[in-house]
Design a protein around this ligand. Structure first.
Ligand code: ST9
Ligand code: FAD
Length: 664
């Protein structure tokens, strides 16, 4: 029935102020208001319809994305939206497009690596979208190994130009989003060659297509790399290939904040560390952590609402069957994901602060926090995207058979999201970067330079190597200090154990390669500690609203204790807890699930997602799932006719033939 809220009974059980939780989730009242306004603007505009996306063939899909992106830009200008509003609007359009790379990587690369003069020249054009840019780093032969890129940029002192060239097939740029069909320009990463000498990888602004007729400029070969995983999904994006045949660009199109090439072809290093060439990746990785909480919360919102609607078994005396959300197994799979969505939200908020802080320091020539910022962004990107990708798939399973329908929204969400485990750095490669940072930290302990920031716990290494867990009853696991010490001791002991094993190798690089699987586990333990500790820090803030803080405490408990349960092998093997204490943690976790249960629907309502953004019949706000599923089935093009196309050609002859066989 129209207008009936099938989840109303669930919403009546809520024990906290949902409106205040919406503010906590959004980060501030201001952010909430902007998000709410932009989400509704998109949801109420038929141009942004997306329920037909999975049915479209590639060319139609791509044209549809161009239409939406151009229309979004028109609305942004007509409504004179601020940068914040425009970015929210684009995210609620919810369709990967060339604009993601233009605003998300091309512009930040120029801002981070361009000189003031270069920024003055290129940014106004990019801001007005008079040029459209991509980030062309990865090649057919190399993605993770950036130093292995083969594209060359050779300086020609005669003409004061760089010659950009693709010397081999494997040096073809491969993957850049927006490159395939749209971008007019790219920040292209290439090996700098001056007077026959190599000087490492640098970024260059290269025009790719004519601004008059969009044709590739002379010497440039460019195309789309083809269909990707899933229907709809990331196929709205024109990931591209690109080859250069001795393409000439002026010298001042090398991004020169980190190093400059002079008129006579000499390289001059500025005070800025070389690693800043990788700066755009640090920026994007922190935005990916923020996006992880969004993608995971969408999946969890769908699975939670549907789990409250869906009933299976357990009817007594003809009464209703059990809501599947009441099964403890369903809760033990769903509620940790719900808690993870909140945990990632808060760690993302903190990481944004860390990034802003490091950027300000860099501007003041203080580079001291760059290694930690790199380790945190790399590690948290890796951790949160892995959990989110797995969490979306788990949410699909939590919805049973209907989760497999495209109209559940989950298959497409998974297909769009899963490359996040690969792009912006393969998750294992990034965890190995964290491991390097940890091993360096351990090797410097006792050198008189106390570790700071997220690694400061290593400063208490002696205590952390010896302490034992003091938990005696399940409720003791609610004490933040008990939980924090457990995660610190586990992370510290795993790092020290790796460092001790490493020290036995005469060649440290050989040792690092041999022990890399253990090193990744130590890095994961360190990153989980960061997430847990940032959740506790959040709880120390003043959080208004009836029952809001209490709910967050419960979620923080679920987040940390489910990790403790899942990784109890680590905690036991490092001898910090006993099997009895592990079992008590699990008892407490079950108790916490019971506390989440009455609030589960309200906790996902607090995400404030419109039905348009969720794009899921199973997750719709009113829970009226079955009639909507039934109606959606009839909208499938296959149901346009009762007798399918192909009946005369294939089915009828088949049936006739079977008839003859039967007669024999
Ligand atoms: C249902 C619909 C839903 C709709 C949703 C709609 C929205 C969806 C849209 C999503 C859009 C997302 C777009 C995605 C774009 C992806 C773009 C890319 O992938 S772009 C391509 C991304 N590509 C990648 O990510 C490539 C990954 N590979 C790499 O980053 C590097 O090659 C490496 C780090 C692995 C090795 O580096 P290498 O130099 O070979 O070797 P070393 O290890 O020896 O390191 C040397 C020193 O440098 C230090 N350091 C390193 N990095 C950094 C840093 N960033 N900073 C600072 N420092 C850093 C390091 O610590 C060390 O220091 P020290 O010890 O000497 O003190
Ligand atoms: C959807 C999508 C969009 C993208 N957009 C862009 C873009 O806009 N611009 C751009 O430049 N690039 C883009 N990329 C490319 C992306 O950044 C790379 O694919 C990514 O960095 C991984 O590199 P790779 O493909 O070389 O993986 P590989 O390094 O070849 O990884 C293959 C396997 O080897 C393992 N491995 C590699 N090195 C090591 C090691 N040292 N130790 C242990 N294991 C290792 C990995 O863990 C992985 O299992 C995009 C990719 C995708 C999928």
């Amino acid at each position: 029935m129209e207008g009936v809220d099938y989840l109303a009974d669930e919403r009546k059980k809520t024990e906290f102020d949902v409106e205040e939780m919406k503010i906590v989730w959004a980060g501030s009242r201001h952010t909430f208001e902007v998000s709410d306004r932009m989400a509704k603007l998109v949801a109420n505009d038929p141009v942004f319809r997306k329920d037909d996306r999975v049915m479209l063939a590639r060319k139609d899909l791509f044209k549809n994305t161009l239409r939406k992106a151009t229309y979004a830009w028109k609305r942004i200008n007509e409504l004179r939206l601020s940068e914040e509003e425009a970015s929210k609007l684009r995210s609620f359009v919810d369709e990967p497009a060339f604009t993601d790379l233009h605003w998300g990587m091309f512009v930040p690369a120029i801002k981070g690596q361009g000189t003031d003069e270069q920024q003055k020249k290129w940014l106004p054009l990019a801001y007005k979208m008079q040029i459209i840019g991509c980030y062309a780093q990865t090649e057919l032969g190399h993605g993770s190994n950036v130093q292995g890129l083969e594209t060359t940029a050779t300086f020609d002192p005669q003409t004061d130009e760089f010659v950009i060239h693709s010397p081999t097939l494997t040096s073809s740029k491969w993957w850049p989003g927006g490159l395939g069909k749209v971008s007019t320009h790219g920040v292209v990463y290439a090996r700098l060659i001056l007077d026959g000498q190599e000087h490492g990888i640098h970024g260059f602004i290269v025009q790719l297509r004519s601004l008059e007729d969009h044709r590739p400029l002379p010497g440039i070969t460019v195309a789309d790399i083809g269909m990707k995983f899933g229907s709809g999904a990331y196929n709205t994006m024109d990931n591209g290939l690109l080859r250069f045949d001795h393409v000439r660009i002026p010298r001042d199109q090398m991004l020169m904040r980190v190093s400059q090439v002079t008129r006579d072809g000499k390289i001059v290093q500025s005070d800025v560390p070389r690693q800043l060439v990788y700066g755009t990746m640090v920026y994007v990785r922190q935005t990916i952590v923020q996006d992880a909480s969004i993608a995971l919360s969408r999946a969890v919102c769908i699975a939670t609402r549907y789990s409250a609607v869906r009933r299976q078994f357990g009817s007594s005396n003809g009464g209703p069957e059990t809501q599947v959300i009441d099964y403890k197994t369903q809760q033990s799979r769903l509620f940790p994901l719900l808690a993870s969505a909140y945990a990632f939200r808060f760690v993302g908020e903190w990481l944004k602060w860390l990034y802003t802080d490091v950027t300000q320091r860099l501007q003041a020539n203080d580079f001291s926090t760059l290694p930690e910022a790199h380790a945190c962004t790399a590690g948290l990107k890796s951790l949160t995207t892995s959990v989110t990708a797995d969490g979306i798939e788990e949410s699909r399973k939590l919805c049973g058979g209907h989760g497999y329908l495209a109209s559940s929204g989950l298959p497409e969400l998974f297909a769009v999201y899963v490359p996040a485990c690969t792009y912006e750095g393969d998750n294992t490669v990034l965890m190995l970067q964290v491991a390097r940072f940890l091993m360096k930290t351990v090797s410097q302990l006792g050198s008189g330079k106390p570790p700071v920031g997220t690694i400061s716990y290593m400063g208490r290494i002696e205590q952390l190597m010896q302490c034992r867990c003091a938990v005696k009853k399940a409720g003791d696991w609610l004490n933040p200090n008990a939980v924090l010490e457990a995660f610190e001791a586990r992370a510290a002991r795993m790092s020290v154990s790796c460092a001790q094993k490493l020290s036995k190798f005469s060649n440290p690089e050989e040792g690092f390669a041999e022990l890399s699987a253990d090193l990744v586990e130590a890095a994961v333990a360190h990153c989980q500690l960061i997430v847990v500790s940032k959740f506790f820090e959040k709880l120390q803030q003043d959080i208004p609203g009836k029952g809001v803080k209490r709910q967050l405490e419960v979620l923080c408990g679920v987040y940390s204790l489910h990790l403790l349960h899942k990784h109890q092998g680590d905690f036991l093997a490092t001898s910090y807890i006993t099997p009895k204490q592990a079992s008590l943690a699990n008892d407490q976790l079950r108790e916490l699930y019971s506390q989440v249960r009455p609030n589960a629907i309200a906790l996902v309502d607090a995400f404030n997602y419109t039905d348009h953004y969720l794009g899921s019949i199973l997750g719709c706000y009113d829970g009226n799932v079955y009639p909507k599923l039934y109606e959606a089935a009839w909208r499938d093009p296959l149901n346009d006719s009762v007798i399918p196309d192909g009946y005369e050609q294939y089915i009828r002859p088949l049936l006739k033939q079977q008839l003859r066989v039967a007669k024999l």
